[in-house]
Structure formats: C-alpha cells, structure tokens
Write a protein that binds this ligand. Structure first.
Ligand code: URA
Length: 297
C-alpha cells in the first residue's frame, strides 16, 4: 500500500512538472493589494480557443525597468484575479542613462553596444550576436545565448536548432525574414553553459531596448532560460507554456527550445501545439493597429 502511494505521488509530481498544477491555480486567490489595472496591449487570452479570459496584472514593484508579468489562467477558470505565482528571481537591473538606452533604431543600438565588454564573455566571443530579422516584425523570438555556430557567424539560431526553428516557422507559414530573432545574451558562454546572473544583468537591458524598438505583437520565448529571465520568475516550463503572459505589456508565450526538441522528440507534439497557438494569436491580432499582418505563404 505504501509503495502504491509513493508511485502515485511520483506520477502526480511528474504530471505537475510537465503540465503545471491547474488545480492549485484555481483555488488560490490574490491579496487585494496586488491588484492593478491591466494594460491594454497586454490583453491576454487562453490558448484553447475558448472565450478570452480577463487578464490580471502583477504589480510592477514601482520600478519601470522591471518585467511586468501577466498570467492568464486555464480556459476553465472564470475568475478575473490570479494568484501571485511569480517571485522575482533575478536582480532588477537599475535604470541606465547610457547613450544606447535611447538609441533610435536597431542599427544604431547595434553600433553602440557591439563592442561591449561589461562581462567576461566580451573577451571570449568571436562575434557579437545582436539579433536578426524584420525590424518591424509582429513576432519576435528570444532564445538563450549564441552557440558555436552563432558565435562564428554573428547571427542567432543558425546551427541545428536554428534549422529546426526555420522549419517550424515554415510550417506556420512564416519565413525567418518575417520575424525577429534575438537571445538573452549576445555573446556565447563557454561550452554553451547556462548564462550566469551577472551576464544576464548586463545584457538584458540591451534586449529590452531592442524589444522596445521592434515593439512586436507577440514575443515567443524559446526555452526556460529566456522565459525565466524575461519574466523574472523561477516557474517551470510546464507552468509557463500554454498561456499568454506579458512582458511589459507585450503578449508573450513560452515554448520548448528547439535544441530541446532535437534532444527529446516527444516534446515535438506539444511544441507544435504551442506554435499553432502562436499562429492563431497572430491571425487573431492581424488587424491590431500599428503592425503589418505577418506574411503568409
Ligand atoms: N540557442 C540559442 O538559444 N540561441 C541561439 O542563437 C542558438 C542556439
């Protein structure tokens, strides 16, 4: 009997890891002091095709440089408040007054930051990997950091993971040139290790400026590192996938990193569901002001 209980507990734990614990979400409530109005652009919705769920916003901690997080609850949930699930996991970068922080274009931002030596990765990089794609893209992808191929070529997602990303884009009727692709870090960490907090702290403000200049309709985080650092959370991928979140008012979705899909083909099916949701989001928001409809076909 004890063995059976242990097995059941382990199964439940595994399931939570992958799918998140929706039951806990449904029961939890928000302290009134944490309620703030939702920004218009961050209008969030569930991904299951049901009625849009009224979004809720976590307070921003009084600093404009902090990642805003909105969490949309699963389709079945009828509440307009969500629990404070996300603890801030990283140091909040201080507001900078360096010239690049007001660079008026991507080209000028690139020119002003691509000699960066703020962290030790500056000394070991071959090329600074700024980002690539349509500067007016509706859809922006954020990965983790350049790998060996990217470091050599100065462009994100050009290795095997990038080839898979290109194929996925094709499958949802988008071309690489239609979207914008960047990473949390602009320089390659040795042996592709996970970025250190100090590296992220120096590099993330560049990405923030980049995002502000592109102003996409949707950001898709490729993998947990991108999601956790942009959202300032330690939540699992299982809890972050399948929802429309918000990065400073810009809708955000989270899916598997293409390199993870190469390692574990079982994740391709759920990843495909994520990308279909991305496609649907873009179709649903194609008429929104200020952005071109993404190219199809
Ligand atoms: N993995 C990433 O996260 N980014 C790249 O640019 C390449 C591989």
């Amino acid at each position: 009997m004890a063995d059976l209980l242990t097995t059941l507990q382990r199964l439940l734990q595994d399931e939570r890891e992958v799918f998140g614990d929706f039951l806990v979400l449904e029961r939890a409530s928000v302290p009134p002091s944490r309620k703030t109005p939702s920004p218009e652009k961050g209008e969030s919705q569930n991904l299951s095709g049901g009625n849009p769920v009224k979004p809720s916003t976590q307070e921003r901690g009084g600093t404009p440089d902090r990642a805003g997080i909105e969490l949309v609850v699963p389709a079945s949930q009828e509440q307009d408040e969500v629990p404070d699930l996300f603890g801030v996991a990283r140091a909040v970068p201080s507001i900078t007054h360096e010239p690049w922080s007001t660079a008026p274009s991507l080209a000028e931002l690139d020119a002003q930051i691509n000699t960066c030596m703020k962290c030790p990765l500056g000394a070991t990089r071959t090329k600074f990997v700024f980002g690539v794609g349509n500067p007016h893209a509706s859809l922006m992808f954020v990965g983790e950091a350049p790998g060996a191929d990217e470091d050599a070529q100065g462009e994100p997602f050009v290795g095997r993971a990038g080839q898979l990303l290109n194929k996925i884009l094709e499958a949802i009727s988008l071309r690489r040139e239609d979207v914008y692709i960047a990473n949390i870090l602009k320089c390659r960490p040795p042996n592709n290790r996970t970025p250190f907090a100090e590296e992220v702290e120096h590099c993330l403000p560049y990405l923030r400026r980049q995002i502000a200049l592109i102003n996409p309709k949707l950001i898709v985080c490729l993998g947990l590192t991108a999601a956790q650092n942009l959202l300032g959370t330690t939540e699992s991928l299982g809890r972050l996938r399948g929802r429309v979140l918000s990065f400073e008012g810009i809708p955000m979705m989270v899916t598997y990193h293409p390199a993870a899909l190469l390692r574990n083909p079982n994740w391709k099916r759920p990843a495909w569901e994520d990308f279909k949701a991305v496609q649907q989001f873009l179709v649903d928001h194609s008429g929104d002001a200020g952005k071109e409809k993404p190219a199809h076909g």
